[in-house]
Design a protein around this ligand. Structure first.
Ligand code: F6P
Length: 535
């Protein structure tokens, strides 16, 4: 394709998207995304790469069970891969994962109606401990979240992180062979993967999405291997963040640590003849699929069973759904609930709170500490404020399949998302999607990416116990009609920008890239931007 043709093709992409947004429901559907991919990615294999796999196989009572991982990232990207097909490379973490793969370590997904291929990569226990628990979750995770947990930097963890990133890259290269492909890398576990991919295949288009916050350069600069991490990320053609602030922090970190031309107007970095576009793209969920799941007879039945098991009749139900992580503000939220019950006796016996705390990274002491703290506060609330039907706070510490989660979203009168710091937080969006009846309320931390979009939620800081307690009380007490109006407005935000909009924005930016490399700057004025960005 010559330059003029490429420019025409970019113009037609922009025109199609403008049309999509002005006609009918202003959102991208699964079908739109498929059509777009047919037109703009012909012959190019889609390869998604992440540490966590979307489905794992586990042995339960001698039988192999498939679990759809409930993490926001994997649920959201599973919808994309089901639409587009291709290969997803991820760490095989289920205890029966090896039993179901073929000779190339692949398994078709979703297992009940396959649409794409999951290529599992195996890690030794030592590499998992050093790369995942070590560098990713004891160094990068606390470094990127402003929650005052000190990062731990160990050379052995860093070496393992590098080695594992290279292995992910090798798996990608094997899947791609000599073919053209679009590689889409996810998250802080894989900051170096693009560099290893590009060393062998500089022609491949590679993008990365950083799903957690990016700290300001004052914080980032303490990382002993900051230059290598930044260089690894700049091997991508596009680096995405949920919000503009994190994209700007990243650019500032590059400017401070590397010899590079950082263009804050166009959000781009030029270095060694290569350009990386840095963009905010707010991720979302497959709102329609979640709404449909929440309306099924199974979901209604499951809700009725939970209500009866927990004795919830006549009670308002509050809900928290999180990995048991110190960034999620779980103890802070429970303390606020306790304070609400203290201040508002009318809720005693008439309010129950369910906290689903998915066990997470439990090998790390900070994670065990948050679990112990959450249990202690739950116990204290249950002792101080007993409820006739069952416990006032029910802590469910298990890894629920996504479909098992939906009935909880359905029944919650109040969903609390109280992260101390969070890239986006998809629980907020999942809850809104699963509440088509508009019954409910969302209390949301201002320190989540989601709060930038969901402005009509009850915004309350988890660092302010009194304010959070008051927000929970106000949300539960709001007159029904006003509450429904608020929920309608909030749901609309999620329906208008769903996971397919996010994917299209990211992919459209990558596909438009070859028009906008430094070498072609001269031609750029003839070419429109790749589409609206958000965040
Ligand atoms: O919040 C960042 C994130 O990578 C999510 O995108 C994802 O759902 C979760 O963390 C992964 O956690 P885990 O360590 O359990 O895979």
């Amino acid at each position: 394709m010559d330059l003029a043709e490429r420019a025409r093709s970019a113009l037609s992409r922009a025109a199609i998207r403008t049309q999509l947004r002005s006609e009918g429901p202003p959102r991208t559907t699964r079908e739109n995304l498929v059509e777009w991919a047919k037109a703009h990615l012909p012959g190019r294999k889609m390869v998604v790469v992440s540490n966590r796999e979307p489905y794992s196989h586990q042995r339960v009572d001698g039988e192999i069970r498939v679990v759809r991982n409930a993490g926001g990232l994997t649920v959201a990207l599973d919808a994309v891969m089901q639409a587009l097909g291709g290969v997803w490379v991820a760490h095989g973490s289920g205890d029966a994962d090896r039993e179901v793969v073929d000779a190339s370590d692949r398994v078709a997904c979703p297992p009940e109606h396959p649409r794409y291929s999951l290529r599992r990569l195996w890690l030794t226990q030592e590499d998992h401990a050093r790369y995942y628990s070590g560098f990713a979750n004891s160094a990068l995770w606390p470094l990127c979240h402003n929650v005052y947990v000190r990062p731990r930097f160990r050379l052995s963890d860093w070496r393992s992180y590098r080695r594992v990133n290279r292995r992910f890259a090798e798996a990608v290269l094997r899947e791609v062979g000599d073919e053209p492909a679009l590689v889409f890398i996810q998250d802080y576990h894989l900051a170096l993967a693009a560099k290893f991919v590009k060393e062998k295949r500089p022609d491949l288009q590679v993008a990365m999405f950083w799903h957690i916050p990016w700290p300001n350069p004052e914080i980032f600069r303490v990382l002993p291997w900051k230059e290598e991490v930044l260089e690894g990320m700049l091997a991508n053609d596009v680096v995405g963040f949920h919000i503009r602030r994190h994209a700007m922090n990243f650019l500032d970190s590059v400017a401070e640590s590397l010899e590079a031309r950082v263009d804050v107007e166009r959000l781009a970095v030029d270095r060694a003849g290569q350009r990386t576009w840095v963009r905010p793209f707010a991720i979302s969920v497959d709102a329609e699929e979640i709404a449909a799941l929440s309306e099924t007879a199974d979901a209604r039945r499951a809700e009725a069973e939970i209500r009866s098991d927990l004795g919830l009749d006549g009670c308002k139900v509050g809900l928290g759904v999180d990995r048991m992580d110190y960034t999620k503000g779980i103890p802070e939220r429970l303390e606020a609930i306790e304070r609400m019950l203290e201040k508002h006796p009318e809720w005693r016996g008439r309010f129950a709170f369910i906290q689903i705390g998915v066990p997470s990274r439990i090998e790390l002491r900070e994670y065990r500490a948050v679990q112990v703290r959450a249990r202690r506060i739950a116990q204290s609330i249950n002792n101080r404020y007993p409820r006739p039907g069952g416990p006032t706070v029910q802590l469910i510490e298990s890894n629920l399949d996504f479909t098992e989660l939906v009935p909880y979203y359905r029944m919650a009168d109040l969903c609390t998302v109280t992260s101390l710091h969070d890239g986006m937080n998809l629980v907020a969006k999942e809850y809104l999607s699963a509440s088509p009846d508009l019954e409910g309320a969302l209390v949301l931390s201002p320190f989540t990416g989601a709060a930038r979009e969901l402005e009509r939620a009850w915004i309350a800081s988890p660092f302010d116990r009194e304010g959070l307690a008051d927000a929970c009380h106000a949300a539960l007490s709001e007159p029904a009609e006003l509450g429904r109006e608020r929920m309608r407005a909030l749901r609309e935000v999620v329906l208008r920008r769903n996971i397919f909009d996010w994917t299209l924005d990211v992919l459209d930016t990558i596909v438009g890239l070859d028009l906008r490399t430094p070498a072609r700057d001269a031609a750029q004025s003839a070419v429109p931007e790749a589409g609206p960005v958000s965040g």
